[in-house]
Ligand binder design. Structure first.
Ligand SMILES: NC(=O)c1ccc[n+]([C@@H]2O[C@H](COP(=O)([O-])OP(=O)(O)OC[C@H]3O[C@@H](n4cnc5c(N)ncnc54)[C@H](O)[C@@H]3O)[C@@H](O)[C@H]2O)c1
Ligand SMILES: [Zn+2]
Ligand SMILES: [Zn+2]
Length: 387
């Protein structure tokens, strides 16, 4: 079939909206009609050419939600009419990692997926007879996509697909980091560095877990106000010329301003630090702050942000010897097929305000504008509406 799709033809150039050919789903594969798709940093990162593992030409997009149109031979996990969230992190249910509750790092189709192919090593996408690769195994900047059945989470049809799309990446990543990776306890103290969609998800996840105090740290007042809406109890804006040394001054709308968020967090917690910290900016300097702000003896620091190519995180070993633990989280540790439906149910139950996280509706033709909005931090998430 002919579909419209946003194609990365050349790194560093705007995506091109093209009429692309999409072949029928083969065994184990599913044709999905996209209804909505979020525009995420990883799409921009790859389009810019900064991602050393990127490939082109490819159809980008990975934060998709839609409806199953058709299934290939042997498909049992979904059927036509099902509402699904696309998973760049699949769940085969059988590999050594799927069998273990500690991780979501399914190994089933990883090699082909990382190279831009479906599990049989070929593509269903082509342009003028030349194959196009499948970005992250999803390629959801398109009216339709073909994906492996193990990479689709079947969700409650009561969930509007526009909101469901952000469970395909950013929101689940933040929620899961708090709920599944760090396992925030009732009454715990928490600090979240960076309050974009991922950090807001961590704030909401910590609140759902019953955290006692949730400190949100960002550079931007508007992001901090969003963090309060989703459950932050303390808002800390980092300003270079504000007081440091554990001190802060009053800022706008109930936020505090400090030049040194780590010293402020320590001063607030008897010199110890907080039980759980989350890094959701992608800056290695902030990752270091998240490690230092984690409590001596049992604090856990979870790295979620994606650092730049070649960057490393330096940690003074004494911080670890004295009991802090440092971990990372890919897709929030969420096992996609089994746990994304549960996260969506939390929204339907009223535990997460998903509409408040959707800022701009754009058309597929406006996808490059979506990148511009993200670049300027205009809104939390832009959503492509395929209607
Ligand atoms: N691990 C995963 O599976 C996964 C999944 C999705 C996204 N990510 C990554 O998570 C990160 C966050 O994604 P997002 O969509 O929320 O991004 P975003 O750009 O919308 O939000 C980042 C926030 O960090 C704030 N910030 C920047 N510098 C800061 C500093 N020095 N101190 C405090 N706050 C600061 C910004 O003001 C912004 O509000 C990105 O690096 C993204 O690539 C990781
Ligand atoms: Zn698996
Ligand atoms: Zn993403």
């Amino acid at each position: 079939m002919k579909i419209r799709a946003a194609v990365l033809e050349e790194f560093g150039q705007p995506l091109a909206i093209r009429d692309v050919d999409l072949a029928e789903p083969r065994a184990g594969e599913v044709l999905v009609r996209l209804v909505a798709c979020g525009v995420c940093h990883t799409d921009l990162y790859t389009a810019s050419g900064a991602d050393p593992t990127g490939y082109a030409p490819a159809v980008l997009g990975h934060e998709g939600a839609g409806v199953v149109e058709k299934v290939g031979d042997g498909v049992t996990l979904v059927r036509p009419g099902d509402h699904v969230v696309t998973l760049f992190a699949p769940e085969c249910g059988e590999c050594v990692h799927c069998a273990d509750p500690r991780t979501n790092r399914c190994t089933a189709i990883r090699d082909h997926q990382n190279a831009g192919y479906l599990p049989d090593g070929t593509t269903r996408l082509s342009l003028d007879g030349e194959p196009l690769r499948h970005f992250m195994g999803t390629s959801t900047f398109a009216e339709y996509t073909v994906m492996p059945e193990i990479a689709l989470a079947r969700i409650d049809k009561a969930a509007p697909l526009e909101g469901a799309s952000i469970f395909a990446c950013g929101l689940s990543t933040g929620l899961g980091a708090a709920m599944y990776t760090s396992k925030v306890e009732s009454g715990a103290t928490v600090a979240v560095f960076g309050c974009g969609l991922v950090g807001l998800g961590a704030v909401a996840g910590a609140r759902i877990q019953g955290a006692g105090r949730i400190i949100a740290i960002d550079l931007a007042d508007v992001r901090l106000q969003s963090a309060r809406h989703h459950g932050a109890t303390d808002l800390v804006r980092v300003v270079a010329d504000a007081p440091g040394g554990g001190e802060a001054r009053d800022g706008a709308d109930g936020a505090l301003e400090t030049s040194d968020p780590v010293a402020w967090i320590k001063a607030q917690t008897g010199g110890f630090g907080v039980d759980h910290t989350f890094e959701a900016t992608g800056s290695v300097a902030v990752m270091g702050q998240a490690v230092e702000a984690a409590r001596e003896a049992w604090g856990v620091a979870t790295m979620i942000g994606v650092a730049g190519k070649g960057e490393t995180l330096d940690i003074v070993p004494r911080l670890l010897i004295t009991g802090r633990r440092v971990t990372g989280s890919s897709f929030g540790g969420v096992k996609g097929r089994s746990q994304v439906p549960h996260l969506v149910d939390l929204w339907l139950r009223g535990d997460v305000d998903v509409p408040a996280m959707l800022s701009h509706r754009i058309t597929l033709d406006e996808v490059n504008h979506g990148f511009d909005l993200m670049h300027h931090q205009d809104g939390i998430r832009s959503i492509i509406d395929f209607a």
